[in-house]
Design a protein around this ligand. Structure first.
Ligand code: ADP
Ligand code: MG
Length: 320
């Protein structure tokens, strides 16, 4: 016999009984507000909403992956500022059918990632409706000395680095982001980072955000230096676009892109057991615009764009 659906109160109690505590939280789930103790560092606050049909397909991936992704994408934003995560607030709009099993599945995914990064699930909101699943996570973090890294600090002559291979995340990796929190803290501790961003919309787009924020600078990317993920090669063999194009334009890699004086990289000492290392992919230049240096040495303007929600939805409307 199927068990009776959980009430909202029972569901929240279930969530509350399973959270990992973070010492920065005085009061978590259960009252009208959570209470966070002030820290000597600045607070970082980020929020990201995921929608069924846009950021995931619930019927295909199941609720646990949704929870993993929702927590992971927000952690990636904290990593992009070189911060430490503390507390997460999760608001969900659950489709009426199987609302409680969906919620518990989401909770499992959220907890899996939260525990790995010592984040306390400190509150949220639960709604049931006749629409598709929507989930929003707000994440609170704190800066670490010597302070956060902004998008706006790039300087002409900086090397441009990425923390891992790019492209093809749509084959499945986008559902299981690996937020680069530890890597970002390692970088921050060892190097004078000028600017940083996480790659959610593709290097071709996200690097443009650094350039714009840093006073309309330009950049050159070295085509043969871009680390291309195996998934990008697989996609390329299917759709005829090049693997490099996938690496530059596909979204949701959740690697970091940072800029620093090139010599700074010598200060980064990683243990032999380290399974990542930054890759130099280009250089910031004073002349505005994005260019690519091809394998034959030729330099061309780079017109490729990454993912843009507003443009993508306009194209979707136009296609109807
Ligand atoms: P209120 O009606 O005062 O807003 P709720 O009944 O919505 O309070 O929530 C009760 C407690 O449960 C609050 O601490 C809230 O933050 C927490 N909560 C509700 N939904 C969730 C959720 N999906 N995940 C985590 N905490 C939740
Ligand atoms: Mg209340």
């Amino acid at each position: 016999m199927a068990s009776a659906p959980l009430s909202e109160f029972e569901l929240i109690e279930r969530i509350r009984s399973q959270v990992t505590h973070n010492p920065g939280i005085v009061l978590g789930i259960g009252d009208d507000c959570a209470i966070l103790s002030p820290t000597p560092q600045c607070s970082l606050v980020t929020t990201d909403m995921l929608l069924d049909g846009r950021h995931f397909i619930l019927a295909e991936c199941g609720p646990e992956a949704v929870g993993e992704k929702a927590m992971g994408v927000n952690l990636s934003d904290i990593a992009a500022m070189a911060g430490k995560p503390i507390a997460a607030f999760v608001s969900i709009g659950l489709p009426r059918q199987s609302a409680d099993t969906t919620a518990l599945g989401i909770l499992k995914g959220l907890r899996k990632v939260a525990e790995r990064f010592n984040v306390e699930l400190a509150g949220g909101d639960t709604n049931v409706w006749d629409g598709p699943l929507a989930i929003n996570v707000t994440l609170i973090g704190e800066t670490v000395p010597p302070g956060p890294v902004h998008r706006s600090g790039a300087q002409a002559g900086d090397g441009i680095f990425v923390t891992g291979p790019l492209g093809g995340s749509i084959l499945g990796r986008h559902l299981h982001p690996k937020p680069r929190i530890a890597e970002s803290l390692q970088l921050r501790a060892c190097m004078n980072l000028h600017s940083m961003i996480d790659l959610s919309d593709g290097l071709a787009s996200d690097l443009r955000h650094i350039l714009a924020a840093s006073g309309n600078l330009g950049a050159i990317l070295f085509d043969d230096a871009i680390p291309i993920h195996d998934d990008a090669w697989i996609l390329a063999s299917r759709d005829g676009r090049s693997a490099l194009e996938h690496a530059l334009c596909d979204g949701e890699d959740f690697e970091l892109c940072f800029t620093a004086p090139r010599k700074e990289i010598e200060n980064l000492v990683l243990p032999d057991s380290s399974n990542w290392h930054p890759v130099l992919v280009g250089e910031i230049q004073a002349e505005p615009g994005l260019r690519s240096k091809q394998a034959n040495g030729q330099i061309e303007p780079l017109t490729l764009q990454g993912f843009d929600h507003m443009i993508a939805s306009k194209q979707f409307d136009d296609a109807l």
